[in-house]
Design a protein around this ligand. Structure first.
Ligand code: MLT
Length: 409
């Protein structure tokens, strides 16, 4: 008899977004005439930038000619893309990251889960709370946690609450942890980390021989000066941090799939015999064994994001979603709601009215306003009483959503 991985049985019922999908589907079946506006999952709505499309078309043509056809590419990504990333995302910001420290992949969701393959089961993990659920669930699946309690918190995970009370700035763990997940601009709260917050975590990581998994999938949304776009803008980060980035929210690649992970060659971890082992080599071994690379056509599209035209078009795309976020924030405030985020991120995080529980507000908005958001408690116990709205939608839908919320709350 094939035995299952029992750790899966510890997982809470469903992954958050499929659970939302299930409830929305039921509502839609029962209310077939309702025009539902979806501001739940952060999925982009605007088409790919023309520069990306043009580059992909050209790459498609190359694939149709014997002379320029490509089969397997390098698993780590083509040099043209790795070099463009190193130059435009890092070196131009004074961050000392080389092209061969970049691993191109099919998504940050996959990478943040897959990276755990190279780490032992006894690491103690710290996460902020609320948090992107993938960080938690992948550790549960791997067996790094005990069971969940009633609030959904797993034993053996260290939770760092981020709420209005601490201005969404996590305190350092009070105990020694080995791995810390940080996501900035933050999903779900839409808030950012200042240099001094990141420095505090880097100092902690170095003092405790810990590693930081830094998820910067939303860095392109940063509008305020002095907010770091990469953790490598800070001294010392090369010795204690990996960084995850994605073209999904930057350039509309959620369906196209292209992302990357930076593993500096200066990072090490501890083997059972006490030896220090280079993490870049380990991740390279894992990546090249289990992954065959992102398609050439897609990587050419991603490269075009860094062309002068691509940069301009991506900027316009981001500005469009940020304007949506601004409209959402203003509309919600005028409806009397307390709102956070939305300035350096495509997510707006609000306090539920009348102290409603997050899922109750979800049901109320769905039934009264035919509007879908994401319950804060789905991101963790400290998200209870909060609610997330995504700014990824058409302008017309965002404006209508604001009107519907105004009437509903
Ligand atoms: C979200 O809504 O939190 C994101 O779309 C999830 C993701 O990027 O996987």
């Amino acid at each position: 008899m094939a035995q299952i991985n029992d750790n899966y049985l510890k997982l809470k019922a469903g992954y958050l977004f499929p659970e939302i999908g299930r409830r929305v589907k039921k509502f839609a079946e029962e209310n077939p005439t309702a025009r539902i506006i979806r501001l739940g999952i952060g999925d982009v709505t605007e088409p790919l930038p023309p520069a990306v499309i043009e580059a992909m078309h050209k790459a498609v043509d190359e694939m149709g000619q014997r002379e320029t056809f490509r089969g397997y590419g390098p698993e780590q990504g083509y040099d043209f893309l790795r070099e463009a990333i190193a130059k435009h995302d890092y070196q131009s910001r004074g961050a000392n990251i080389a092209a061969d420290e970049i691993f191109v992949s099919d998504g940050s969701k996959c990478d943040t889960g897959n990276i755990l393959d190279i780490f032992g089961l006894n690491n103690l993990i710290a996460i902020t709370d609320p948090v992107y659920p993938v960080y938690v669930d992948t550790n549960v699946m791997a067996g790094r946690t005990g069971p969940a309690d009633e609030s959904g918190r797993y034993s053996k995970l260290v939770y760092l609450p981020v709420t209005a009370e601490n201005n969404f700035t996590p305190d350092l763990p009070t105990q020694k942890v080995d791995l810390i997940y940080l996501c900035y601009p933050n999903n779900p709260t839409g808030t950012v980390a200042t240099k001094s917050t990141l420095k505090k975590f880097i100092d902690y990581a170095k003092a405790n021989d810990a590693l930081i998994f830094y998820d910067a999938a939303y860095e392109a949304y940063i509008t305020e000066a002095d907010i770091p776009h990469s953790i490598y803008e800070l001294d010392g980060a090369r010795d204690c941090a990996l960084e995850f980035r994605s073209f999904s929210k930057t350039a509309g690649f959620t369906g196209t799939r292209c992302a990357f992970t930076v593993v500096p060659k200066t990072l090490t971890g501890l083997a059972a015999d006490g030896a220090r082992v280079d993490l870049h080599g380990l991740w390279n071994r894992r990546h090249t064994t289990k992954f065959n690379g992102v398609p050439y056509i897609i990587q050419r599209g991603a490269e075009a994001v860094y062309s002068p035209a691509g940069k301009q078009q991506v900027k316009a795309l981001i500005q469009f979603y940020l304007e949506n976020a601004k409209i959402l924030c203003a509309g919600l405030r005028s409806a009397g709601l307390t709102v956070y985020g939305g300035v350096n991120a495509p997510y707006v995080w609000l306090k539920t009215p009348r102290n409603l529980r997050s899922w109750d507000f979800f049901d109320e908005l769905l039934s009264k306003a035919h509007l879908v958001g994401t319950p804060g408690s789905g991101f963790g116990a400290s998200g209870e009483g909060y609610f997330r709205l995504s700014a990824f939608n058409s302008r017309a839908n965002i404006e209508e959503a604001v009107e519907r919320i105004r009437k509903a709350v």
